[in-house]
Design a protein around this ligand. Sequence first.
Ligand code: AFP
Length: 413
Amino acid sequence: MALAQRSTLKNAAAQRTRSAAAPRVAFSSPVVAQLRQAAQTVRAAQQPAAQRNVKAQAAAVEATQAKTEVYNKSQFELYTLTTWLLQEQRKGKIDSELATVISSISLACKQIAAAVGRSGISSLTGVAGTGENVQGEEQKKLDVISNDIFCNCLRMSGRTGVIASEEEATPVAVEETDSGNYIVVFDPLDGSSNIDAGISVGSIFGIYEPSETCMVDGDLDQSLEACITNVCQPGKNLLVAGYCLYSSCHTMVLTIGDGVYGFTLDPYVGEFVLTHNRIQVPEVGKIYSFNEGNYAMWDEPTKKYMDSLKDPAKWGGKPYSARYIGSLVGDFHRTLLYGGIYGYPGDAKNKNGKLRLLYECAPMSFIAEQAGGMGSTGKERVLDIQPTEVHQRVPLMIGSKKEVEYYESFYKN
Ligand code: AFP
């Protein structure tokens, strides 16, 4: 496909200035004192034996201990996302190309975290003035900025061939010069209606291998169609899925199909650091996260299910607790760590609910399954659904295995 034609496929908005707080390294005083003491005792231990008095000899013993202690504590040892990716590469679980794509996404998330953190100060709150996106939702300034950041990082990685974003009407082919193999689907800033109140938001992404080439020389329509075919893959084909939660701390949760790992952004070092090793969602959890404002529009099985959760007689006097942020990444992250269920069912107005299959439900379901949980529409496994369109919506019930099964049971009876 000609370069000019490829360029017409892309629809990224103009790049905007970003500013980030300059990271500062700060050591707490007890740590400094400990290091000084260790250095003194090491110096004492290095003196020739004859010059040492009894006190110095005691210090020598202490020095060995102090050295060992400082080392064993490993208080300055950081197991970063980069280190983790290198280890997984060494184990043969991913190749360097895929590691590069994940790294470029982590860079995008760091940039978005900085933009979100400073949004109130840098006048990044409010609507973009670009009108509605393809979903019919008004774009916030940070929606546009986050989409730009994601597109730029992926393009510059040189390993991405096609990108599909919530904020783009159609999938975008990366220009030939920067193009690579992988297909990346993403929602750059989910929950952005929360942003002006400083409430948690997040980015969600999934990575696929192309199912066929997107390069159809000279024919723009055919190229676009090939891009759509490539992007419309069932979630069970995902190689990688993840999200980044921008909140009181910024956490990237990731699966490459072998367990789920969480990395928290260390603001002083500027790196995601491994903090959650092999996350397992509890099998049960008495927290539900649904927008109950839609209750009257739900179907009978969903209403009966919801009524049952609130019936104290059914649960030994203590019904389920409700928690709902209205930000999928935040609600899902809590569900993953504490257990329970997040649900966005279909209703009389929107029979497939609100959430998008490709870049919300499928990646989150892959993560849930990898953590021992489930992702279902209530009637079928989300990862088995073959998408028919890029922005397709499906109902989503996700979280603890037993809780999702309990929801499904209302459709079976
Ligand atoms: P926004 O990005 O427009 O805030 O939508 C967020 C979202 O897609 C998802 O993050 C929430 O779980 C869901 O919508 C909340 O929808 P309701 O406002 O209808 O509860």
